[in-house]
Design a protein around this ligand. Sequence first.
Ligand code: TYD
Length: 131
Amino acid sequence: MDSPRIIQLPKIPDSRGNLSVIEECVHIPFKIMRAYWIYDVPGGECRGGHAYKTTEEFIVALSGSFDVVLDNGHEKQSFSLSRSYCGLYVPKGYWRQMVNFSTNSLAFVLASTPYDEDDYIRDYSEFMRCR
Ligand code: TYD
């Protein structure tokens, strides 16, 4: 099983404003099939609460901050994201939750598959049975 990890992206500093970039299969280990973003999250709300059978993701806090909690069925790991030049690589098969969203946070997610509800495991006991 591949491991979740924080990946630091290129940052091109500039007095006019910094620039960062993501190229598929260069900075992240998959081809990008989809991008989506999560925003206007009310205080105290939590997103996620599911696993994917095949989808890999790369999550960046483009604005603000939040935590991503990953569970492999044996242990949980929490990753704090707050920099727009760092992201979290999430392999398939992890139960994931996104919590502690700051005001005005923007979570940008790149995914390795098109959207497919059949790729979700939304029931935690089913997730544990699949381990
Ligand atoms: P979901 O992935 O469950 O959100 P989260 O994990 O952040 O809580 O998706 C929420 C809803 O949005 C669900 O009805 C499916 C829909 N959706 C799409 O239509 N396309 C997508 O690419 C994604 C990620 C979700």
